[in-house]
Write a protein that binds this ligand. Structure first.
Ligand code: MCF
Ligand code: FE
Length: 404
């Protein structure tokens, strides 16, 4: 048992003062230090310095680890140009991302306070790096392929990657499934994969309505994707429309990433199925996809969370940086309200979306915690300051073990 005694503890609705936390793998009790020392006389005690804040570890629910080699290879500003640049640079990009490159990305996330991440794995090449990461990992094996003729081979490959991820038997590692997107996955494949998802109660994720090109292709088999599909894949219409696509996900509490171009009907479907929207503001900006309308999501009571996406569409995997950009991007929402929502989105709300017992400093939750060194007593605008000031993270605990 350990006891940590910070000056302040951040919880979703209040800032606690003069309380300490007793924990092993999970948080056992939150009470005054003297009381905890009496109850756990053998516990190791850390009394922290002045202005220390204990807060939950951050959760980055959507990141492409295999794309971590990108810095300047890909074209930014327009989604289709980005996509063509991915295809053109594929070998260099994926081949250039070895174990060291992937571990560097994972370690950088730890340094910036990310104690849980959702890895979207395109090829399974990131499995070892994710298996040996100190963080909690939801490992989303991605299914992709719009051609029916390739379905058996692609599904076979997907299944063997899923099986390999199931053989990772470590605490905090969770195999899961990602359907790449409505335009890139054939319904035959989606149906087969969702059979497994439902049987085995796996978490499920998909990119959805990221670009104008996707909107036009799904609505009318037209727009910027027309040339792409006709020339590269000899396909002249979309494999499904967005309604059919979303119907596959009914009853799954899925994570839908981007959702920038979704219409009101789609938002209603997302709301009624209790899916979560993953918002990646930097990626949306860099790929020329505009900004998500957060008020429209709030109006429908949709749980939305903030994530970084991969280094394929970002310059860092730092959720403090991501939240800062979101704060400046969404002038439609009052500043303090937005800051509080962002902090909850990468802690308690991300945990609930991923169905993990973490994201909150509360009794019974896993002890995934950060210590931040504030320089002054916090004000009631703490959420804004946490996002703006990049306070030093002096300690990181994951499942009760100190990792920084
Ligand atoms: O999220 C970004 C942009 N949207 C879609 N896909 C990806 C992103 N970063 C990497 N990807 C991957 C995706 O998982 O690119 C591959 C897929 O494996 C093909 S589509 C460019
Ligand atoms: Fe992505």
């Amino acid at each position: 048992m350990q006891i940590i005694s910070p000056n302040y503890i951040l919880t979703p609705n209040t800032l606690l003062t003069d309380l300490a936390v007793a924990f092993d793998k999970t948080i056992q009790k939150i009470a005054p230090l003297e009381e905890l020392q009496k109850e756990y006389p053998d516990a190791e005690v850390a009394v922290l310095e002045k202005n220390s804040l204990l807060m939950p570890g951050l959760i980055n629910a959507h990141v492409h680890i295999e794309f971590s080699a990108n810095k300047t290879n890909l074209s930014y500003g327009d989604f289709m140009n980005w996509l063509y640049s991915v295809i053109e640079n594929r070998e260099e990009l994926i081949g250039g991302c070895d174990a060291t490159c992937m571990s560097k990305a994972i370690d950088a996330m730890l340094e910036s306070g990310i104690t849980t991440f959702g890895a979207i794995s395109s090829h399974g090449m990131d499995l070892q790096a994710c298996a040996k990461a100190v963080q909690n990992v939801v490992f989303f094996n991605e299914l992709i392929g719009s051609q029916a003729t390739m379905a058996d081979a692609l599904f076979g490959d997907f299944l063997s990657r899923l099986d390999a991820s199931k053989s990772v038997a470590r605490e905090g590692f969770h195999p899961a499934v990602a359907i790449h997107s409505p335009y890139s996955v054939h319904p035959i494949l989606i149906k087969k994969a969702l059979g497994i998802v439902k049987n085995e109660k796996l978490k499920l994720s998909a990119h959805f309505m990221e670009s104008e090109a996707e909107r036009n292709w799904l609505d009318s088999s037209d727009g910027d994707f027309k040339d792409f599909f006709e020339n590269l894949l000899k396909q002249n219409s979309a494999v499904s429309d967005s309604k059919e696509f979303l119907e596959h996900f009914n009853g799954s509490n899925a994570l839908l990433t981007h959702v920038v171009k979704a219409n009101e009907e789609e938002l209603k479907t997302i709301a009624s199925n209790k899916h979560t929207v993953i918002h990646c503001p930097i990626s949306n900006r860099l790929l020329g996809n505009g900004a998500l309308d957060l008020n429209a999501l709030d109006k429908q009571n949709i749980n939305w969370i903030c994530a970084t996406d991969g280094l394929s569409s970002n310059y860092s995997l730092d959720l403090f940086e991501e939240m800062k950009c979101a704060l400046f991007m969404h002038s439609e929402m009052p500043l303090l309200e937005l800051a509080k929502k962002l902090i909850n989105s990468v802690t308690i709300n991300a945990a609930s979306a991923l169905n993990l017992n973490t994201g909150e400093i509360a009794e019974g939750k896993n002890a995934d915690m950060l210590v931040l060194d504030l320089d002054k007593e916090p004000t009631d605008e703490l959420a804004i300051h946490l996002i703006l000031h990049r306070y030093n993270i002096s300690k990181v605990y994951i499942n009760g073990k100190q990792e920084k």
